[in-house]
Design a protein around this ligand. Structure first.
Ligand SMILES: [Zn+2]
Length: 401
């Protein structure tokens, strides 16, 4: 078994589903917090559990450089290393490598790049990206793709899409030949280091099962060209994956273009497979994309914004650094039930931020994540009632300041 996906309710194009992974169930549509270096910056794993996080994203590129895939693999894989018993998804490293602009060189074989840490030279190919992701051992891993830059000439977009398709085939071939090498598949009796506490809290204990494998998702590219997106979707589906991602968006294009591409691409993806939109968005946007039939999303926005004092609330965005909050005894968001809003005032949060206290980043991140997760739960509830996320989208656009 790798994953199973069951759609439980529909409302228009939107779906409420249940994704079963080797490390637990994920209710969809889902927002996946980003834990770049096997850590959601500032938030301990037990708090993520309390927030109801069912799946996390980690970045292969960063973990490959530090602490190194082999180190994580020897320690039993990411789940055991970071003491996280629930599902994990890793990206292929491609997107980060392509963000290195001046430090990379692309060939048919793969990408040569220089580490942003020490300038050392590395090479990532579909095969080595699969090898790295198998060693890290996330439940869902991604094919190695080329994220096409924006804007780009039509010939360049096509060539890039064709390269991604060839790399998708190579990714799948390597994965099929090596999928049994995932670290948690080798352990006969899998135990988390915290003396069974995590298993107790999260249901059934982890046991080695030779049938459990990771799931490899394909990625649709094709730039901002609707015809190429359709072709990329069809040919990626021909290769055959248990789930499909839409990549190459949020790379600087106007938001209405992102929406148009998502809406058009989703129609070419198989209804019974999970659909993952990579690297989006604001609270309003994640509601909108769920409404278009997207099941999985990730974004650094809630965590990164939190560290800069930008907080999402049911009454609009708040920049907590502003002096107007210095004497404000009200909770950050009166409609939020998170541990931060239940306990602390805006005045205290403002003081922490202004004083550059570490706790400011911790508390701000917890609230923003809670807000995103609550938003997705509300969307799912709304879909289950047959109302669709559009209802919520309208609520949001009214709330947005
Ligand atoms: Zn809150």
């Amino acid at each position: 078994m790798s994953i199973e996906f069951l759609i439980e309710a529909r409302a228009g194009a939107a779906r409420a589903g249940r994704l079963t992974t080797p490390h637990g169930e994920v209710e969809t549509p889902v927002f996946m917090p980003v834990g770049t270096l096997a850590s959601v910056k500032g938030v301990p794993q037990e708090v993520l559990e309390e927030l109801g996080v069912e799946i996390l994203l980690a970045n292969t590129y960063h973990l490959y450089l530090r602490p190194g895939v082999e180190q994580v693999r020897k320690l039993g894989g990411l789940h055991r290393f970071m003491s996280w018993p629930r599902a994990i998804l890793t990206d292929s490293g491609g997107f980060q490598v392509f963000s290195l602009n001046d430090l990379r060189k692309v060939s048919e074989e793969g990408v040569t790049f220089r580490s942003h840490l020490d300038g050392s030279s590395h090479f990532l190919s579909p095969e080595s990206a699969m090898q790295a992701q198998i060693g890290l051992g996330a439940d869902i891993i991604m094919a190695f793709d080329e994220c096409t830059e924006y804007p780009a000439e039509p010939e360049r977009v096509r060539a890039s899409m064709e390269l991604t398709l060839r790399w998708a085939e190579r990714s799948k071939k390597y994965f099929e030949e090596h999928k049994n090498e995932v670290p948690w598949n080798k352990v006969s009796s899998f135990q988390f280091p915290v003396s069974g506490e995590l298993e107790a809290r999260n249901g059934k204990p982890e046991t080695g099962n030779s049938e459990r494998t990771q799931a490899l998702f394909g990625i649709v590219q094709g730039g901002m060209d609707l015809a190429l997106r359709k072709e990329s979707a069809e040919r990626t589906i021909e290769i055959g994956f248990p789930g499909y991602a839409i990549g190459g968006l949020s790379v600087g294009e106007p938001r209405h273009v992102t929406r148009e591409i998502v809406e058009a691409t989703v129609q070419h993806l198989p209804a019974e497979r999970p659909r993952y939109l990579m690297g989006v968005g604001t609270p309003e946007e994640i509601v909108e994309y769920a409404n278009l039939g997207i099941d999985m999303m990730d974004c650094v926005l809630p965590t990164r914004a939190a560290r800069h004092g930008l907080l999402f609330t049911s009454e609009g965005r708040i920049s907590i650094k502003q002096a107007q909050y210095a004497g404000d005894e009200s909770p950050l968001d009166p409609n939020c039930g998170c541990r931060v809003c239940r306990r602390y005032s805006r005045a205290y949060l403002r003081h922490l931020y202004a004083s550059n206290e570490v706790l400011a980043q911790v508390l701000n991140t917890i609230h923003n994540l809670s807000f995103y997760l609550d938003t997705m739960r509300a969307v799912r509830h709304s879909i289950s009632l047959g109302r669709g996320a559009r209802f919520l989208s309208e609520v949001w656009s009214r709330a947005k300041l």
